[in-house]
Design a binder for this molecule. Structure first.
Ligand code: SF4
Ligand code: SF4
Length: 177
């Protein structure tokens, strides 16, 4: 997996790339990376940092100076699981998670490919209405447990799948237009 710091040695600022990410973020009401004080609270609470060294505070710093080409080509950005913890922890009310989503969008618009995990989530969302179908999960004793085992009802699906899909596709179209 490529880390952001591995890709920085010959980096050159790209104002066009920064403007594209900025344009996407403005659509979701996102804010000014100039407000980031590099306190690191986002990274210290980030689950993806613990697992794969995703560093949202560094991404915010690179966004500030326009070095987003390097970030977009780092496979580690796809490890962000959109848990929103960084946004909740930020003392400046910034949203690194939205910034990362913006970078992913621009990366795709420029011919990059969606990670396998995200493709699987999208397919599941379109088929079932949620990003991951209910799983049979392992237990500490070496066994496994399912919703049925726990006496839970089947996970609910959209009442009108066609309408759900239309809303989903329209929303994605609006975000990307
Ligand atoms: S928590 Fe907010 S202010 Fe602190 S480094 Fe992260 S984005 Fe910047
Ligand atoms: S949303 Fe992404 S970057 Fe933010 S804390 Fe969660 S995994 Fe980390």
């Amino acid at each position: 997996m490529s880390r952001i710091t591995d890709l920085m040695s010959n980096a050159v600022p790209n104002p066009d790339y920064r403007a594209m990410v900025s344009g996407i973020l403005k659509k979701v009401g996102e804010d000014d990376p100039g407000l980031c004080i590099q306190c690191g609270k986002c990274t210290s609470g980030c689950e993806a940092f613990k697992l794969s060294e995703l560093e949202p505070h560094r991404i915010m710093a690179l966004y500030k100076v326009g070095l987003l080409d390097e970030v977009a080509s780092a496979s580690v950005i796809w490890t962000c699981m959109s848990c929103m913890k960084c946004e909740e922890r930020c003392p400046q009310n910034l949203s690194p998670v939205d910034t990362i989503l913006g970078i992913k969008n621009v990366s795709i618009m420029q011919g990059g490919s969606v990670s396998d995990g995200l493709s699987a989530q999208l397919n599941s969302l379109m088929e079932n209405g949620y990003i991951q179908a209910p799983q049979v999960v392992p237990t500490r004793g070496g066994g496994s447990v399912s919703r049925d085992d726990l006496g839970l009802p089947p996970a609910p699906k959209p009442e009108d799948p066609e309408k759900f899909l239309n809303v989903l596709m329209n929303t994605m179209g609006e975000l990307l237009s």
